[in-house]
Design a protein around this ligand. Structure first.
Ligand SMILES: [Zn+2]
Length: 506
């Protein structure tokens, strides 16, 4: 039976079949020929696609890892997922996730992620990073070439596993700290630029930058790093040089530095976690991003839906003066290993030891304003799971937006929220990595990365006290057409995740 015959035939019979139990009969009958049978069908779900604005009950047919049909009439599949009363959305894309290990991917799948990207810190060896995850990953993964680890490697002649910190001996920590606080020589700067370009030739998705962690990097070094990104149409994902509102080293002046670098070089700019940079001045920072966009610059931003930040205590973020800049004191810092609040004494002790702290610094009103703003994407900034009390954001960001801010707080509508976690991150990367044109959409021909959730039940469960709890209400997650979550449970032994990468040119 040809496709068109089926469609004509269905016009007559579909209303009857759709009615009640008859739909179930059809699924079991598996009536059509091979060409019309899909690998998998998601039946009767409320399909929401932020690109086309489709928001209606549809059946989605998947074949060969792609969306092959979106139909008002029933479709026959070798497997069928019943999605009645559930939302069928594009799989969530996280532009900012430091947790890139199998255990992180499990939490992320429960939170609706199909693509997890480490674009802020990035890696210094792109090939090695992808190879470590190839064929072993639950969800799709990707990385930027990271200015922090590249710079550290050039200045210290040692490789750091994680651009922001990670395990290191006291000597290595001291060497990294010294390098972070000194200017690069002209020869070193040339070497940094060459290493960044090498990362792009090997398919890095973007350029990562954390100027707050490398205060020795001169303004010119930043411009040069943007110039390297511009050559490869890559967005630069920046943790700004300063946070907070104490003049002259404010989040706003730090934003001015990178908006100027973007304008001067043509590189697209993406400002990470705008709330922890702006603190109570976040609305002004968002206004700057919006203004730059209206003036024709390619500038975007993101936030996570929490009132605390998190990073490594040994980093330059906690150089003298941090209390005044961040408008907090020792008690607002929580040691991730134990959950204890710090004092002047434990601050010194743990800063020497090295490790992750949670930073309670973001006003609730600010988190809400950023989450609700249509130009601000959602990205988790999730952390590696190094202790019992890590930040909950890597486990619960996306469900928290959908459950807490959309359903409970009504801070934004569901379609806008989905757009901020699917279409917008895909569009951010698609110029550099065309594969993202087939992500973040429910469209025939796009990748079957799909998240099916119960809008009445979806919620984050990870808290500061109990961060290692997975989200609830995310019922089915498909990665390249393969279910990794079924009926709210992880599927064992499947690794359908693929490297999300820009074209390799050399
Ligand atoms: Zn950051």
């Amino acid at each position: 039976m040809s496709r068109s015959t089926v469609h004509r035939w269905w016009k007559w019979i579909a209303p009857a079949v759709l009615f009640g139990a008859a739909a179930g009969l059809f699924e079991r009958s598996g009536m059509s020929d091979a060409a019309e049978t899909y690998d998998l069908v998601i039946a009767n779900g409320r399909v929401m696609d932020p690109e086309s604005s489709l928001d209606a009950v549809r059946n989605v047919g998947i074949r060969g890892g792609k969306i092959a049909a979106i139909s008002e009439g029933p479709l026959a599949g070798k497997q069928t997922i019943q999605a009645r009363d559930l939302v069928v959305a594009p799989g969530f894309i996280d532009l900012h996730e430091h947790g890139q290990e199998p255990r992180n991917y499990q939490f992320q799948a429960h939170d609706g992620l199909t693509t997890s990207l480490e674009l802020e810190a990035g890696a210094d060896d792109v090939d090695k990073w992808y190879a470590a995850r190839d064929g072993k990953s639950l969800i799709n993964y990707g990385v930027s070439i990271g200015h922090i680890p590249v710079r550290n490697k050039v200045l210290t002649k040692t490789s750091s596993e994680n651009g922001l910190g990670g395990k290191a001996s006291p000597e290595e920590m001291a060497a990294r700290d010294a390098a972070a606080h000194r200017e690069a020589t002209p020869e070193e700067l040339a070497e940094i630029e060459e290493a960044l370009e090498q990362g792009f030739r090997r398919g890095a998705l973007a350029e990562g930058m954390g100027i707050n962690y490398t205060p020795g990097a001169s303004h010119w070094e930043i411009v040069e790093a943007f110039r390297a990104a511009a050559k490869y149409s890559a967005s630069v994902h920046v943790h700004l040089r300063y946070a907070g509102g104490k003049e002259p080293e404010t989040g706003l002046s730090a934003l001015e530095e990178v908006v100027a670098a973007a304008a001067a070089t043509g590189a697209p700019l993406h400002v990470v976690h705008i709330t922890s940079m702006g603190l109570k001045y976040t609305p002004q920072l968002i206004a700057m991003v919006e203004g730059a966009r209206k003036s024709g610059l390619d500038v975007t931003t993101e936030c996570y839906p929490y009132t605390a930040g998190s990073t490594y205590l040994q980093s330059a973020v906690f150089d003298p003066g941090w209390q005044e800049k961040l408008q907090i004191s020792f008690h607002e810092l929580q040691w991730a290993d134990t959950g204890e609040r710090l004092t002047a004494e434990t601050f010194e002790k743990y800063r020497k030891q090295g490790g992750i702290v949670v930073i309670h610094s973001i006003p609730e009103e600010v988190a809400r304003i950023a989450v609700a703003d249509p130009i601000v994407m959602i990205a988790s900034d999730g952390m590696p799971i190094t202790g019992a009390k890590v930040h909950p954001r890597g486990q619960g960001t996306f469900s928290r937006v959908l459950g807490h801010y959309v359903r409970e707080e009504k801070a934004l509508d569901l379609m806008t929220a989905l757009k901020k976690m699917t279409l917008m991150p895909a569009q951010r990367l698609e110029k550099r990595a065309p594969m993202f044109k087939d992500k973040g959409r429910i469209r025939v021909g796009s990748d079957a990365d799909i998240t099916v959730f119960d809008p009445n039940r979806v919620i984050d469960k990870a808290t500061y006290e109990k961060p290692l709890e997975h989200s609830e209400g995310i019922q089915f997650v498909l990665v390249n057409g393969v279910p990794v979550v079924k009926d709210g449970q992880l599927v064992d032994g499947v690794f359908p995740g693929r490297g999300a990468r820009a074209p390799i040119t050399q």
